[in-house]
Write a protein that binds this ligand. Structure first.
Ligand SMILES: [Fe+2]
Length: 431
């Protein structure tokens, strides 16, 4: 007899132990909480022929950046799924595509798959969130595309906490943070320890400028969250940011040092690097002193982890060497961005190269160059990926240049024209 997963979909195992461990592992990945590997080991021990357990294993390995192992596990799933249901066969194929560098084909198959099996949440998840297949597509309209993928599925999911989390996030990112916040609030009632949900809650409140609420919430929520879980660095980053917004400058770097820095964090390198660089840069824009030691650490980390530009790291990659005035590294990164952009190897094309130029001009106090570099590409910055909150790195650099150039009123009217969000803008000599 076939058993069913939490979404009432049939799964090809007859072991209750495997079923229970699989549901636990899937929920652990969907919430970025708990011990996924342990649950999957129990699952595979109970039923070594259960295909979807290997797809789930492929996904967690991929999220942790262990690509060769992820690919191997995804292939094993496809092999075992030959005798499973049609849904499971297609599910396994999706993860095979995603772990073999075929993202666009994987996204196409996910679209087809959720049309046929809307509540296959685990197969849909890689296409969600700001670091997902759509988030990192480099497309200018990707935020609406994300909403449009999820909207038709809302009825099928009902009140499900995971769907409310990803759909709520998508809405926050198109400016509908009031609606997104209500959804996520409901999701948190069902699953208060879901890190993905707590994270989207922090985003909704960031957009609202409710920094004190975020800080108080995360201060209570974070200590029980394992530092080994892959969302750890990023959730602590949000906490640091809330402290920056509140003007508690003395608290920002001690928290960063303890929970986010490359020395201590086990989170994916992309988060450790981009969150760290963005936080240090934004703390300086807010008037904090430069910390050469932290920048140096990040520069070393980038050299070891990202010898070449890749999505999202591209735009942040030169920040440490710009801050440290290491012109050789800045120029080498800029050249690499131009080359990769021209060869169409970066989703955001040449936008990251322009951003490096703007950051460099800011460090050189060439305010008009910052402004004239950023204004023409304002509508294209979304292509680099990430959330609105993360891209405030660029917006705040622009506003800082305006303020330093004596154009405070222009900065103010720029913000006044944003009707769909009201985050705090912590900049020196502003407000
Ligand atoms: Fe975030």
């Amino acid at each position: 007899m076939l058993l069913k997963d939490r979404y009432d979909l049939q799964i090809s195992t007859s072991s209750d132990v495997a079923r229970q461990a699989y549901v636990e592992a899937v929920d652990a990945i969907l919430s970025a909480t708990g011990n996924v590997e342990n649950a999957l080991d129990r699952c595979i021990n109970a039923d070594p022929n259960f295909a979807l357990a290997y797809s789930a294993k492929a996904r967690i390995l991929q999220l942790k950046g262990k690509m060769p192992d992820a690919k191997q596990s995804a292939e094993k799933a496809v092999e075992l799924a030959a005798n499973a249901t049609d849904r499971e066969r297609q599910h396994a194929q999706i993860f095979q595509l995603l772990t073999s560098g075929q993202g666009p084909a994987g996204l196409e198959l996910i679209r087809k798959h959720v049309n046929e099996h809307p509540t296959d949440a685990f197969a849909l998840a890689p296409a969600c969130s700001v670091f997902g297949l759509i988030g990192f597509s480099g497309r200018v309209d990707r935020e609406n595309e994300q909403v449009e993928l999820l909207r038709p599925l809302a009825d099928a999911y009902g009140e499900d906490w995971w769907f409310a989390t990803v759909y709520g996030f998508a809405l926050v990112e198109v400016g509908e943070w009031v609606k997104g916040r209500a959804m996520v609030e409901n999701a948190l009632k069902q699953n208060p320890r879901s890190a993905h949900t707590a994270h989207v809650w922090a985003h909704a409140l960031y957009e609202a400028g409710e920094d004190k609420v975020v800080a108080d919430y995360l201060e209570k929520w974070l200590p029980d969250y394992s530092l080994d879980n892959y969302l750890s660095c990023h959730c602590w980053w949000h906490f640091c940011l809330s402290k920056l917004m509140l003007g508690e400058h003395e608290n920002v770097l001690p928290i960063y040092e303890k929970y986010c820095s490359p020395k201590v964090s086990n989170s994916p390198s992309i988060n450790v690097f981009t969150d760290g660089a963005a936080l240090l840069w934004r703390s300086e824009l807010a008037g904090m002193d430069r910390s050469e030691e932290h920048w140096q650490e990040l520069l070393e980390f980038r050299k070891n982890s990202f010898p070449k530009p890749m999505v999202f790291v591209d735009a942040h990659g030169a920040l440490p060497s710009i801050a440290l005035n290491d012109q050789e590294d800045v120029n080498a990164w800029h050249d690499a961005l131009i080359e990769a952009g021209q060869k169409e190897k970066l989703p955001a094309g040449l936008v990251p190269a322009e951003l490096v130029k703007a950051f460099k001009s800011h460090a050189q106090k060439d305010w008009s160059s910052v402004i004239t570099t950023l204004e023409p590409i304002a509508d294209e910055v979304v292509r680099i990926g990430g959330s609105r909150a993360q891209r405030d790195l660029i917006q705040n650099t622009y506003l800082s240049a305006l303020i330093n150039d004596g154009r405070v009123e222009t900065a103010r009217s720029f913000l006044n024209k944003q009707h769909d969000r009201q985050p705090t803008v912590p900049l020196q000599n502003f407000n």
